[in-house]
Design a protein around this ligand. Structure first.
Ligand code: SF4
Length: 714
């Protein structure tokens, strides 16, 4: 008798929108998938990537099936048992740590890791190895937002929720293209606009994107001038009496310095620098000033910048001077690029933080964690190496070993040729991943096969602080193991048997929630069991609140700062007067154009998942360079010409797409393609600048000086 279909509720593992999905194991063994109508984030909707997610686990053709080891780089990788692979890794780690100290090793992880995995790897390296050398690829997409929130609101805390979309009447979308990159949020925005046509959408972007096309006002600014624009809007809000003076006086510090700063540039000067009409800036300021609900969305255009933190602060300032925060439809909303970038932040998954938004530089925080974990070593008092610093340290042989989990830095890091050379020079590389599509696998000394989405259980937090549980639906192929199990088995091989004696991810989660007690992200009321019963909760949700809210369908906290008490020491939000100059690398005669890199609708990161799905590859099958008609004509470039794009660091060769969707002087190149899916000459990050924001250490992906030359006519 055939088994009857069985359905499971899970969460899409692509972007930070965190859409609920229902996966059904059909009686013929195939999987089907649809949006979860009961999930509050997406209400049944899915984008093209989410709709095709199940194909990524049904295709097993490129899966890593068993551990592999090689004793030196001239040898091929050879099949090994789990014990052999983990014992070899533990032996190398122990030797290096003994000889060069704990900072000679590092973990580089991913915003696709589950919360439990993030917690374990942090506990291992920070509490037991004694180094803070763990960072995540989320450093590349949201660390400027983390620092921006911390400096202005006191902690890394997204104050709003998706339901604020339906309560807002002005949406300010800046440095983001949600129509392609966060499509379900965008559908909610569009549906709200259709039902309430007076709602205004302002899009700030140097490119004409699908988001810009559906906006009421597109401010097509010059790259790097976001702060000038936000400060100009701030000045107009002051001059036209749109301030909430009571809110400023009672709940903020820093307004006077801000006022002096923004008064330094006239509207005409700002418009000239930004390259947009003064009247358009004035209209944006008027809509924001008059709004009842002012919601701002941003992602990489603000974050991936050498002045990313200041860009964030300049935007949050607009909410603070108008008091448009902490009430329905109002607040700054950083959209996260990855499904569990938020969970990583909560569990301490950056080189400078500890679980529960604690800081490694805070002695009291370190002591709390040392006691909680009963650590055999002191937690290091300085931040560890961040993402880009790790690869620089590998190149200099200051870092001897790196363990890369579920991320593909050979496509995603800036200044790729330098990263590739660092990996070639490195002494010891462990790659823990699902498939051999990750370019990094081919540099590994040890390869550890990991279970994919649906093959392991655990939890994730989406962009609106909503935690959901993901069940195990399928057995992993071959000998692949859940990432948590790989980590706790390795920790045991390192001699930490007692502290890593877990049997399930529910055990790991139960331990993690205890460390959040008394912190602003208190989730002591949350367990895998509660998540299974309630489907999702929004943090914070303490034990006390969980008891009280037992009957509530969606427990937790929708909106932060409703009492206008912020997480700073004096409970007041901080308005920052930030300089508005861009400090990206300069253009010159040799490299006169600005390159911005980004994403396309149907691909995800480095295509290790979406690249397997034929339907998704059809949308845009090849990488391309968008270039303005005037810039193309000056270089003899026609539509479809093969062009060479060069920067101070490397080259790319792709077909030209001539379009006024980019400003004159600007080019756009998608970042998804890597060597495995093309050649070394399609990697956008061959070109990108190694500069990082000094506070967030996030790279400047959106501004690199390049030249474009005709290589071959079409
Ligand atoms: Fe998945 Fe994001 Fe699409 Fe939702 S919007 S289905 S989370 S990729």
């Amino acid at each position: 008798m055939k088994p009857s279909p069985t359905s499971y509720k899970s969460t899409c593992c692509y972007c930070g929108v965190g859409c609920g999905v229902v996966v059904t194991k059909e009686s013929n063994g195939q999987l089907s998938l649809e949006g979860d109508k009961e999930h509050p984030s997406n209400k049944g909707m899915l984008c093209s990537k989410g709709m095709n997610l199940h194909y990524t686990v049904m295709d097993q053709s490129d899966r890593l099936l068993y551990p592999q080891v090689r004793l030196n780089r001239s040898m091929p990788l050879q099949r090994a048992t789990w014990d052999e692979a983990l014992e070899r890794t533990a032996a190398v780690f122990k030797t290096l740590i003994k000889k060069f100290g704990p900072d000679s090793v590092a973990f580089y992880v991913s915003g696709q890791c589950l919360t439990e995995e993030y917690y374990l790897v942090n506990k291992l390296i920070k509490g037991f190895i004694g180094s803070n050398n763990i960072d995540t690829n989320s450093r590349l997409c949201m660390s400027s937002a983390v620092v921006g929130y911390k400096l202005s609101l006191g902690e890394d805390s997204v104050p709003v929720c998706y339901d604020d979309i339906e309560a807002a009447d002005v949406m300010y979308v800046t440095g983001a293209n949600p129509a392609w990159c966060h499509p379900i949020i965008w559908r909610r925005v569009e549906a709200h606009k259709t039902a309430n046509p007076a709602t205004k959408i302002i899009c700030v972007d140097p490119r004409v994107t699908d988001t810009a096309r559906s906006a009421d006002l597109h401010l097509q600014i010059r790259p790097g001038t976001d702060i000038v624009l936000n400060n100009a809007i701030g000045r107009l809000l002051i001059e036209n009496d749109y301030l909430d003076e009571r809110f400023i006086a009672d709940h903020t510090d820093g307004f006077e310095l801000f006022r002096l700063q923004v008064m330094q540039r006239t509207l005409a000067e700002a418009a000239d620098i930004c390259g947009v009409p003064s009247a358009d800036i004035a209209l944006a300021a008027e809509w924001i000033g008059r709004s009842k609900g002012f919601l701002s969305f941003w992602t990489m255009g603000l974050n991936q910048s050498v002045i990313g933190v200041n860009k964030n602060l300049s935007l949050i300032n607009l909410h603070l001077i108008t008091g448009k925060i902490g009430k329905p439809g109002n607040g700054p909303f950083s959209l996260t690029g990855q499904p569990n970038a938020m969970g990583g932040r909560e569990t301490g998954g950056l080189a400078n933080i500890l679980p529960g938004h604690r800081e490694v530089v805070n002695a009291a925080h370190r002591e709390e964690m040392e006691q909680f974990w009963n650590t055999p070593v002191r937690i290091a008092d300085k931040p560890g190496l961040t993402a880009t610093e790790m690869f620089e340290a590998l190149a200099d042989d200051k870092l001897k070993a790196i363990w890369i989990i579920n991320t593909n830095p050979l496509v995603s890091m800036p200044d790729m040729n330098a990263v590739e050379s660092a990996l070639k020079k490195s002494r010891f590389v462990v790659v823990q991943d699902v498939s051999n599509r990750a370019d990094t696998v081919h540099f590994a000394d040890v390869v550890l096969p990991a279970a994919a989405w649906l093959e392991k259980d655990g939890s994730m937090t989406n962009a609106e602080r909503r935690i959901t549980y993901l069940p195990k639906v399928l057995d992993a192929p071959g000998e692949a193991l859940p990432d948590s199990e790989i980590l706790w088995r390795f920790a045991q091989k390192m001699g930490f048997e007692k502290a890593f004696n877990y049997k399930t991810n529910a055990d790991v989660y139960a331990e993690y929630v205890k460390v959040t007690k008394g912190t602003t992200i208190d989730v002591t009321g949350v367990s895998h069991q509660l998540l299974k019963e309630k489907r999702s909760v929004q943090w914070p949700l303490s034990s006390l609140d969980a008891e009280r809210s037992a009957e509530v369908r969606q427990p937790g906290t929708k909106r932060l700062f409703t009492d206008h008490q912020f997480y700073t020491k004096n409970k007041r939000a901080q308005i920052h007067a930030v300089p508005d100059e861009n400090t990206s690398e300069p253009t010159d005669n040799q490299f006169p154009l600005v390159l911005t890199s980004g994403r396309i609708r149907d691909q995800w990161h480095t295509m290790t998942k979406t690249g397997r799905v034929a339907k998704l590859n059809k949308h845009i099958p090849q990488p391309f360079l968008q270039i303005h008609p005037v810039d193309a004509q000056e270089r003899g470039i026609q539509e479809g010409s093969l062009v060479t794009v060069s920067s101070r660091r490397g080259e790319v060769r792709v077909k030209a797409q001539i379009t006024t969707d980019v400003r004159k002087g600007l080019c756009f190149l998608p970042m998804h393609w890597g060597k495995i899916l093309g050649s070394n000459l399609v990697r956008a990050n061959n070109l990108t600048s190694p500069l990082v924001d000094p506070k967030s250490k996030e790279p400047d992906f959106k501004f690199s000086a390049v030249q474009v030359a005709l290589y071959q006519k079409p």
